[in-house]
Design a protein around this ligand. Structure first.
Ligand code: GRF
Length: 223
């Protein structure tokens, strides 16, 4: 995209996926708006057969398949992953269903430049099976979180959250579908703010510089 006097250049972002890629699709679609501050430079998957990778390829987006099973160690894979991210010119990394733990070294190289979406209201329900665990705990409000990546899984400064009510009779499937719909709204909004430099990060707390920065998008009671 060509920058004009009134439109700042879009920041190139690499998206990391492992599977379906529905969050990646929501970022790609949002990034097509002329005033969106980020563009998708590449979609990278650790699973060559990830359906999301084929979709991205079909959209004409540069893709990279790095089969993690072909590497002798996590560090060896992460070194090549880092090179692939750099090679596409990305300034930021958005993890979107990237189901692989990263070495502290890789996270450090992208310090405060790598973000992730998690299908729960962190710091509750880190890890897998979040919807089943939220239902088992009897929470009335569930949701999703976009956060900056730190070496510890599902930790890091919180950039945005969307709340989703738990309804009577919810199953992990029904709750998960409503949360996924909220993810698809939340992630593009947060990436937009993040790429535009709208956050200050201090003492592991992320704050929007402008209180008016569309806070209503970070809560979705109708979801
Ligand atoms: C999403 O629920 C995301 O929050 C989690 O993994 C899932 C990925 O789904 N990290 P998709 O590949 O984006 O459809």
């Amino acid at each position: 995209m060509t920058a004009t006097d009134s439109t700042p250049a879009k920041k190139p972002v690499a998206i990391l996926i492992s599977g379906r890629g529905s969050n990646m699709m929501s970022l790609v679609e949002a990034s097509r708006a002329p005033d969106y501050p980020a563009e998708i430079a590449s979609v990278i998957s650790n699973r060559p057969d990830a359906p999301g990778l084929a979709w991205a390829r079909g959209q004409g987006i540069a893709t990279v398949a790095l089969d993690h099973t072909a590497f002798p160690s996590r560090a060896a894979f992460d070194a090549v992953l880092h090179n692939a991210i750099e090679a596409c010119g990305a300034q930021f990394v958005a993890c979107a269903g990237f189901m692989r733990l990263m070495t502290p070294g890789l996270v450090a190289r992208w310090h405060n430049r790598m973000i992730n979406i998690h299908p729960a209201l962190l710091p509750s329900f880190k890890g897998l099976d979040t919807h089943a665990r939220a239902l088992a705990a009897g929470v009335r409000i569930a949701g999703c979180t976009v956060h900056i990546v730190r070496p510890e899984m599902d930790c890091g400064p919180i950039l945005g959250q969307a709340a989703v009510p738990v309804l009577d009779g919810d199953t992990p499937g029904t709750l998960g579908r409503r949360i996924l719909a909220a993810e698809h709204r939340l992630y593009p909004k947060v990436l937009s703010l993040f790429a535009a430099g709208a956050y200050d990060i201090d003492q592991e707390i992320a704050r929007l510089k402008a209180a008016s920065a569309n806070l209503e998008m970070l809560f979705s009671p109708e979801a």
